[in-house]
Design a protein around this ligand. Structure first.
Ligand SMILES: *[C@@H]1O[C@H](CO)[C@@H](O)[C@H](O)[C@H]1NC(C)=O
Length: 294
């Protein structure tokens, strides 16, 4: 019977199969925000939309907004596509970062500092270990990050931290504990994202103030993806059968090959606007140790 149905209306059958397949994929891939994060502040200014695939944060004079991952990770890779506040975004800061709790926290940051219309955003990166940061590198981007969604990812594994933009590595922070440089490895971190106002420091050291006549400001996140060794009850468990067939998957042992290292160099040569390693005023005694390693 089934085969007769098959033969008599193959196109309908195919269509059914296809739509079944499509809806299976939709179930597997949609709703990441609903499943993986919670909006933790902003009193309704943060919204999950489009079946959980899109999350919009907004900011006005009274409050910004933000969300955080439900899971905590001890090593992981987090990624999202982000579209930043367009137009005059001076004084606004859009963030996507990993952080552990407490006063000696670890943290790995992407922060997008807004600017006047027509002026470039600054992408600020930093790494904190046990409450101590001071490892800033800042970049301008090779595209307008407000015109479209672009993919930003943080890979954190025992050997290194890699920041990428649209798959292009822009920074690698290696584990140099062997020469006494602290590396975040003991404290589980959660993913946080927020849109807030910081005109005190964000835009040219507070010279440019936020223009509230443009409020509310909105930044959007979509296709959130987290992949990591999930922390629960004092242990982290890495997904065993992920691609790469190592604990936690390919990201767990990810490193930069020759091409990756060259791309970091290319980005840093052309787009880096601040590097703590070359800030002689801050480090008159010489750059921090990891700066002299390659
Ligand atoms: C704003 O734009 C100016 C150039 O027009 C640039 O020097 C500055 O780094 C930009 N970013 C911030 C956050 O001020």
């Amino acid at each position: 019977m089934a085969s007769r149905v098959l033969v008599s209306c193959p196109s309908r059958f195919l269509f059914l199969m296809l739509s079944l397949l499509v809806s299976c994929f939709a179930v597997a891939f949609a709703g990441n925000f609903q499943r993986d994060v919670q909006i933790t502040w902003g009193d309704g200014r943060g919204k999950i939309l489009d079946n959980g695939n899109l999350l919009a944060l907004s900011l006005d004079q009274f409050s910004g907004s933000g969300f955080q991952s439900k899971n905590e990770f001890l090593y992981g890779k987090v990624e999202a596509q982000i579209k930043l506040v367009p137009g005059n975004s001076a004084g606004t800061v859009t963030t996507f970062y990993l952080k552990s709790p407490g006063s000696t926290w670890d943290e790995i940051d992407f922060e997008f500092l807004g600017n006047l219309s027509g002026h470039p955003y600054t992408l600020h990166t930093n790494v904190y270990t046990q409450g101590k940061g001071d490892k800033e590198q800042q970049f301008h981007l090779w595209f307008d990050p407000t015109a479209d969604f672009h993919t930003y990812s943080i890979t954190w594994n025992p050997q290194r931290i890699i920041f990428t933009v649209d798959g292009i590595p822009i920074r690698e922070f290696k584990n140099f504990e062997s020469i006494g440089v602290p590396f975040p490895k003991n404290q589980p971190m959660r993913l946080y994202a927020s849109l807030w106002e910081a005109d005190e420091w964000a835009t040219r050291g507070g010279l440019v103030k936020t223009d509230w006549s443009h409020a509310p400001f909105t930044a959007s996140y979509r296709n959130y993806n987290e992949n990591g060794c999930v922390w629960s009850n004092g242990r982290s468990s890495c997904p065993a059968n992920s691609p790469g067939s190592r604990p936690g998957g390919a990201w767990f042992s990810q490193e930069l090959d020759f091409r990756g290292k060259n791309r970091v160099k290319w980005v840093q040569r052309r787009y880096m606007v601040y590097n703590y390693c070359t800030d002689k005023k801050r480090f008159p005694q010489g750059a921090p140790r990891e700066c002299n390693m390659s």
